[in-house]
Write a protein that binds this ligand. Sequence first.
Ligand SMILES: *[C@@H]1O[C@H](CO)[C@@H](O)[C@H](O)[C@H]1NC(C)=O
Ligand SMILES: *[C@@H]1O[C@H](CO)[C@@H](O)[C@H](O)[C@H]1NC(C)=O
Ligand SMILES: *[C@@H]1O[C@H](CO)[C@@H](O)[C@H](O)[C@H]1NC(C)=O
Length: 327
Amino acid sequence: MEFTKRLKSAFPWKMFWLLLLLLLTCNLSERITDAQDADIVSSCSRYKKSVFDKQDGYSFLFPSAPITYKTLDTCHSYTPLIVDGTPADPKEFPHMARLGNRNDNNVTNWFCGGTLISNRLVLTAAHCLYSESGEINVVRLGELDFDSDQDDAEPEDFGVRNTTEHPDFKYPVLYNDIALVELDRGVRFSVYKHPACLPFNDGERYSSFVAAGWGQTSFAGAHSSKLRKVKLNGFRSNCLQSDDVEELPSGYNATTQMCVGSAQNKDTCNGDSGGPLLTYHEEYPCMYHVMGITSLGIGCGTPNVPSLYTRVHSYLNWLKQEMAKIS
Ligand SMILES: *[C@@H]1O[C@H](CO)[C@@H](O)[C@H](O)[C@H]1NC(C)=O
Ligand SMILES: *[C@@H]1O[C@H](CO)[C@@H](O)[C@H](O)[C@H]1NC(C)=O
Ligand SMILES: *[C@@H]1O[C@H](CO)[C@@H](O)[C@H](O)[C@H]1NC(C)=O
């Protein structure tokens, strides 16, 4: 009796409460760093529902039976890509935009990629606004193969009402390489033209990403007429040294940039400048997050030489502020 009593009082309550406190605070701080932006989460769900939730009405076969509606979720995934650069499937990347300059003779030079993020705004790299090919005055959405009219696509060209680069972008230095292109009219969403979601986190937790674009298929090679995709790996901090690239005088900035590439010799470059670096939405297999913007390719297809992407998550406040100006 005496023995058990002593054992009981010897229970290290202090230690127990301390551990409990520690556990709770750890959990809490994890949730704080994980905090998702409520507006971004809800607009992402809204975009998904606007195209992929179909209301299906049916009625029992007796007179005056009420019509019952059921929501049909048509959001499904495309074959996960394990492979090297391959052509994209129809409707696989409905947020893909291609940006170009159309001259007086109606000849278009396409030179950058972009990502539709709302019904009027396309996200791209700020350096795309400084192209030798001229200003961006045309945006194509819903395209798959530029050389084909028979592909399963619904291409549509939009004019440009306005472009806005990040206020801290100082061309030709490539920090804060992020810009928005405002279209001249709203996009009617469909399975061919549909926004990608903004990031719910900074992307450090992912070991792999998907890049898509019509960019070169080899270093200094020709552009591809077909939209292509490639799986790439995050290099985390193993990025270039500070004096490696003159466009980045203070080297790689891990807060505002992502370093992503491939350990193999992929047969695809990383898509056009301005195009997206993507991850899959965790709940909606048909949706993506645009985690990065293609900013600086160092050696296309050279193994273990990553490229730099603007880390979209660190610009959410700026993006929300600019998005609020357009209604
Ligand atoms: C210019 O080219 C676009 C696409 O190639 C075409 O849809 C459009 O009709 C052309 N416009 C004129 C004025 O020729
Ligand atoms: C273009 O965007 C900038 C930045 O958001 C804004 O200050 C300017 O008023 C816009 N111009 C037009 C014509 O909408
Ligand atoms: C990275 O960029 C952020 C935001 O511009 C800046 O505050 C920070 O000092 C930069 N870090 C380095 C190491 O240059």
